[in-house]
Design a protein around this ligand. Sequence first.
Ligand code: SF4
Length: 347
Amino acid sequence: MRLEADELYFWKFVAAIEKKITGTAHMEINQEMIAFGPVPSRRLGRSLGVNNIPPKKCTYSCIYCQVGAIGKIQLGRRELYLPEIIVQEVEKKVKKTMEQGESIDYLAFVPDGEPTLDIHLGDEIDLLRPFGVKIGVISNASLIWREDVRKDLMKADWVSLKVDAVDKKIWRRINRPHHDLQLPVIQEGMLQFAREYTGKLVTETMLVKNVNDSITHLKDVADFLSQLSPAKAYLSIPTRPPAEKRVHPPDEEVLNTAYQILSSRLKDVECLFGYEGNAFSLTGNVEADLLGIVSVHPMREEAVREFLTRAGKDWSLVQNLIYHNLLFETEYEGQKYFMRRLDGKKE
Ligand code: SF4
């Protein structure tokens, strides 16, 4: 498994010659960036990131992308790094992590771009198996209509697919795909993958104010997601500076509506709204525990009351959190809900 130093130099040499002959950066070697972490992730626990493509290579150019402006939008899968080099970089990180007595829950393909553009993705997953750590891939799903991409993703233990829009116009507006991509073809590929995949399939929907957050569109998204039947459907919002300055998260009331609409059709919906608190881990600090829960799942009033009773607290705790702008109250279909305030949001 381990690459010896001279082997590595050999591969680097091959890449350099190749670049010279073809005049293209066929294999761009920037090894320091290949493996990073482990970092705590609410979705994957302690995950060691695998950057299997050079930054900003993507099939989309999402308006909310935090990678920065995507250069030329790409469609063809290609060889980007040698799989052996990826394995070597991961091995170094795994070793270091183990030496420090820390654990790794997932090796996660989370590049600053689309990981399925890498033609060796499946081989890399195979080569990483001997580490005995589960493998996850976060994909925008744009190439899932290709059989070879589905085959590669099948090898992972956990796959996240992006579903921001199910309406062509909204999809073009939010994801700004390569002009040859077709939404119905991608959706068919996702459905086929969901039927065949035996690992854990999750979805992620990024909500952008006045772009994909209308009730009609959210219902259509929920209908499509229910056909995919993911183990979990994540809702997220742009939190770090996005590619386009005009991109904003929807209002909190709208986020609650989105959560309720998806929850009415799906078994498990979770919000990733920027607050990475102690979701569901009971710390003994009732305020922190309550905030942790409502940051992931908006809670109905009776559920909050029950929670307080069990913790031996009264309603003043909620009033205090509202006063300090950490919690807010909203309504959906006649029911009162409590959600965590978005970070930094002020009245
Ligand atoms: S799919 Fe991801 S990397 Fe690609 S443009 Fe969208 S947000 Fe950026």
